[in-house]
Design a protein around this ligand. Structure first.
Ligand code: 4AZ
Length: 254
């Protein structure tokens, strides 16, 4: 009887055309306007990741993407069907020397590409801020990626998707109602999401840029599940120390 009622309920919802989750994307976002985020890199290695083009032959991503030389980096792509894509191999992956899998500290990696990208309307270098200061709570940012659109799903998105997320104070993110300092969200990390949840990056979006006011300020790093109000997304915060590290690596590898 209970089973029959459940079935009946499902049928009624279907007939009424009540939207259930045909709008849950990245997590809670929407499909990006094709090629409107020309700095986005899709990294296909042992796992799917995002990245950002910071120089014609350098992509910035997360260290936990553990990208090897076999990985493929694709620029100028919205959907796999695209003919605009430029495909690269990784010449040299350079994870941050102090990346720590347990604490998640220094989740940042540089990928040297095997050739220089051709810059055009579909492929462009990302902008960095003038000052690498902390992000204030309430700042509106954007995250994009080809990751899963639903917690627990196995299917990555064919098209690039994006969602607006709000910066959450580090003290809030570390309190008992949130991560409870497990792991500790440090000054090199920033939390962003939505008070009510439902807006987040997820598996496959890792390594992609967190954009605030048109500049890259973070990198998709981790979360406890996706879209849960008590566990916002945690991003590697681009600080002065990372900016200096990036500059030193790129200059030493010309
Ligand atoms: C992941 O599995 C992952 N909500 C990345 C980001 C977030 C959660 C999970 C943030 O790679």
């Amino acid at each position: 009887m209970v089973l029959l009622m459940g079935l009946w309920f499902t049928v009624v919802i279907f007939l009424l055309g009540i939207p259930r989750d045909h709008c849950v994307q990245i997590i809670g976002g929407k499909e990006s306007v094709p090629h409107s985020r020309p700095f986005m890199a899709k990294i296909k290695g042992s796992m799917l990741c995002g990245g950002s083009l910071i120089k014609r032959n350098w992509v910035l991503t997360a260290a936990h993407c553990n990208t090897t030389k076999n990985a493929e980096v694709i620029l100028g792509i919205h959907s796999e069907k695209d003919t605009t894509k430029q495909v690269f191999k990784v010449k040299k992956p350079i994870p941050h020397p102090c990346y720590d899998r347990a604490t998640k500290e220094n989740d940042i990696m540089l990928l040297q590409l095997n050739k220089r990208a051709k810059l055009n309307k579909n492929v462009a270098i990302i902008k960095f801020p003038r000052l690498y200061d902390d992000l204030k709570a309430g700042t509106q940012c954007l995250v994009a990626g080809w990751g899963i659109t639903k917690s627990g799903s196995e299917k990555a998105s064919d098209v690039l998707r994006e969602v607006n997320v709000t910066v959450i104070a580090r003290s809030t993110c570390n309190d008992q109602k949130h991560y409870n300092s497990r792991p500790l969200v440090t000054v090199n990390m920033v939390c962003a999401g939505d008070k009510k949840g439902g807006k987040d990056s997820c598996t496959g979006d890792s390594g992609g840029p967190l954009m605030c006011n048109g500049k890259q300020r973070g990198i998709v790093s981790f979360g406890q599940g996706c879209g849960k109000p008590q566990y916002p997304g945690v991003y590697t915060l681009l600080t002065d120390k990372y900016s200096l590290w990036i500059k030193s690596v790129i200059q030493g590898n010309l």
